[in-house]
Design a protein around this ligand. Structure first.
Ligand SMILES: *[C@@H]1O[C@H](CO)[C@@H](O)[C@H](O)[C@H]1NC(C)=O
Ligand SMILES: *[C@@H]1O[C@H](CO)[C@@H](O)[C@H](O)[C@H]1NC(C)=O
Ligand SMILES: *[C@@H]1O[C@H](CO)[C@@H](O)[C@H](O)[C@H]1NC(C)=O
Ligand SMILES: *[C@@H]1O[C@H](CO)[C@@H](O)[C@H](O)[C@H]1NC(C)=O
Ligand SMILES: *[C@@H]1O[C@H](CO)[C@@H](O)[C@H](O)[C@H]1NC(C)=O
Ligand SMILES: CC(=O)N[C@H]1CO[C@H](CO)[C@@H](O)[C@@H]1O
Length: 587
């Protein structure tokens, strides 16, 4: 069973959370004092975070928009930069020589209900007063029935490699971009409705999304943000009684579900597939145009006169994709459908489908139960990232000189190193290790291998290790540490623990409390486990949105122990019924 060689492979392939530095930045950006929020005493802690949230809210309350009619977006840039599809109407067709088609959303039918709202996005990004979300108007704006001032809804034409093969034209088949919003911080965000009806790219789909997949996207994109992972955001979730027919497990058992629309945001929704379709169909001038646009708008460090700018762009995307996937691994996130149409050029997590957070540690964990080959297993993600970057290089080829192409290939080779260095940093942070010692990689790999052998819970092993004083570890006292108890059943556990404690003891300038504090800031106590999402979904399907709201609030502070979360057993051993769950794939 025990093979150190295999272990090293896992260390390289599967490892991480985000670094300490990153956590600090993250904390500052949401104006939280991380230090003051980590307490072991549950009561005082939740009071504290409540206070923080409140003062954050009233600090800015006077500037917030109170009237939706004053909320304005702009489509000017996107429309003026590119040729637009000449044909009108939301019927499926092959589209050429454009980046967008004009496409009106199909309003979701009444009765509409607001199922979830992200206060952080509404106030912090959209500058809206939370009070406006309680109006009927908001329901219509957030579900395609009304358009914000300045909006010219667009559907984006893109292609992609799916499951290894070129799939041709794909495009926004159920999403509409409403336009860009420039907020008071000067950030530009592109608003999109998902589930808002057919577009020219709908192929055989109905353009709708169901409650199930929409709840999952809403909760997970917000949860990922609060975990510090770059991601698209979700502002709201509106549900209706409109029937939508779905074959949930692709097994012929069709079921009528209800339609829902998520209002989601990203700095940009362009994907690798956005460039691929232009290269594949020989639209090279347009390819250059789109690249220039993306670079000018989103890669401010690249000089637009630089003759090597496409090369620098490529190098940036390679670096950031490696970083993104390392962060996924660090929180045990499996995206589930890493096709090139689902990979952002800004290296943010987009398109939440059959994703999952790994519970029992298993490099072969596959969230999409129909993915029998395990193409997109969690352990394969780093490699899939590499494959997708190869496809990006293919798409860039027409605008690169021979020499640049050669250099790009060398840049791509660097991906593996960037990824491995990042993974190593992230897992070291998860273990609270400072400095660098020769055996650190081994210590990490050793732990992961034991977790795999004992099927221990990935999230909670790291969390419990963060919460326990070193002295208690010394005494082999694992009271109330269910995940750690599982781990400790490994026959080599004692060896590992001795090594780890020795390693910690060499960090003499660092107190054990410091270590715990550092580790608690990178090892979440709460992640969106599938059973938690399923439970919230089944209630949402009968119009009880309380659990969606509860999860949103709890997952906004994943590193802070919260009373309500403990009462709901969100950090406890998963219930038995969770083992029987399959992930619903159709969306
Ligand atoms: C913000 O809330 C705090 C606590 O409720 C209060 O003391 C303070 O006066 C408020 N500030 C503003 C600007 O409203
Ligand atoms: C690579 O990307 C990360 C994450 O965005 C960033 O912090 C780092 O500075 C980048 N490295 C280089 C060499 O650009
Ligand atoms: C899950 O995997 C199967 C098999 O590869 C694939 O056909 C299906 O499209 C995947 N599901 C999603 C939602 O991508
Ligand atoms: C503490 O020790 C670690 C090595 O164990 C070292 O990397 C770090 O810089 C030291 N910190 C201070 C403040 O001396
Ligand atoms: C074990 O640790 C718990 C705290 O988690 C403590 O309450 C208990 O007294 C300890 N038991 C022993 C035997 O030290
Ligand atoms: C928006 C979205 O989910 N895009 C695609 C992600 O990948 C799957 C599988 O290839 C596609 O079905 C989605 O359209």
């Amino acid at each position: 069973m025990w093979s150190p060689c295999k272990v090293l492979v896992f260390a390289l392939v599967v490892a991480s959370s985000f670094t300490y530095v990153r956590v600090l930045e993250f904390c500052q950006s949401t104006r939280h004092d991380c230090n003051s929020e980590i307490h072991d005493n549950k009561g005082s802690k939740s009071k504290l975070s409540q206070h923080t949230v409140k003062s954050r809210w009233n600090m800015s309350v006077s500037n917030l928009i109170q009237d939706l009619d004053q909320f304005r977006v702009s489509c000017k840039k996107l429309i003026e930069a590119f040729p637009i599809d000449e044909v009108d109407g939301n019927f499926a067709r092959s589209v050429k020589h454009c980046i967008f088609s004009k496409s009106n959303p199909t309003p979701l039918k009444d009765p509409l209900r607001l199922a979830a709202i992200s206060k952080d996005v509404i106030e912090g990004i959209l500058d809206l007063d939370m009070a406006v979300t309680q109006s009927d108007d908001f329901l219509h704006y957030a579900s395609g029935g009304r358009l914000p001032l300045g909006s010219v809804p667009l559907a984006h034409r893109y292609g992609g490699h799916q499951f290894g093969y070129w799939a041709g034209q794909l495009g926004d088949g159920r999403a509409h971009s409403l336009g860009q919003y420039t907020n008071r911080k000067g950030e530009v965000w592109e608003l999109q409705l998902k589930g808002s009806g057919k577009t020219p790219y709908s192929r055989s789909g109905d353009g709708r999304a169901v409650i199930r997949s929409s709840v999952r996207e809403f909760l997970c994109s917000e949860a990922m943000h609060f975990l510090g992972v770059p991601t698209s955001r979700a502002a709201s979730l509106v549900v209706s009684d409109e029937p939508v027919i779905r074959d949930q497990f692709y097994n012929g058992n069709v079921k009528t579900e209800r339609g829902a629309v998520v209002l989601r945001l990203a700095k940009s929704w362009f994907r690798i597939g956005s460039l691929e379709i232009l290269a594949q169909s020989g639209e090279i001038e347009l390819l250059r145009k789109l690249l220039n646009f993306v670079i000018d708008e989103h890669f401010s460090s690249i000089n637009s006169d630089d003759p090597d700018k496409y090369l620098v762009f490529y190098s940036t995307v390679v670096n950031e994709t490696a970083h993104l996937i390392a962060q996924w691994m660090s929180v045990g996130f499996a995206h589930g459908v890493c096709n090139t149409d689902n990979f952002s050029l800004l290296s943010i997590t987009i398109d939440y489908g059959p994703f999952g957070f790994m519970e029992s540690y298993n490099p072969n964990f596959v969230p999409n139960t129909s993915d029998d080959e395990g193409r997109y297993s969690i352990g394969a993600q780093a490699n899939v990232g590499l494959v997708n970057l190869e496809k990006l290089l293919m798409a860039l080829s027409p605008v690169l000189s021979k020499k640049q192409h050669k250099e790009a290939k060398i840049i791509l080779k660097g991906y593996v190193d960037i990824y491995q260095i990042r993974i190593h940093q992230l897992f070291k942070a998860k273990l609270g290790l400072l400095g660098e010692e020769e055996d650190d990689g081994y210590l990490i790999a050793f732990l992961l291998k034991m977790m795999e052998d004992t099927k221990s819970d990935f999230t909670m092993v790291f969390r419990q290790l963060s919460e326990v004083p070193a002295q208690q570890l010394h005494n082999r006292n694992f009271t109330q540490m269910w995940a750690f108890e599982d781990l400790s059943s490994h026959k080599l556990f004692s060896d590992w623990l001795s090594k780890y404690l020795l390693r910690l003891s060499r960090q003499q300038n660092n107190s054990d409390l410091d270590r715990q504090h550092r580790m608690k800031n990178v090892n979440p106590r709460y992640v969106l486990r599938n059973w938690m999402a399923e439970s919230a979904i089944s209630k949402a399907e009968i119009n009880d949105f309380s659990e969606v709201e509860l999860l949103y609030h709890i997952l906004s502070f994943p590193f802070v122990t919260q009373e309500t979360a403990e009462e709901a057993s969100y950090a406890a051993r998963p219930p038995l019924w969770a083992k029987r769950l399959k992930i619903s794939c159709s969306s």
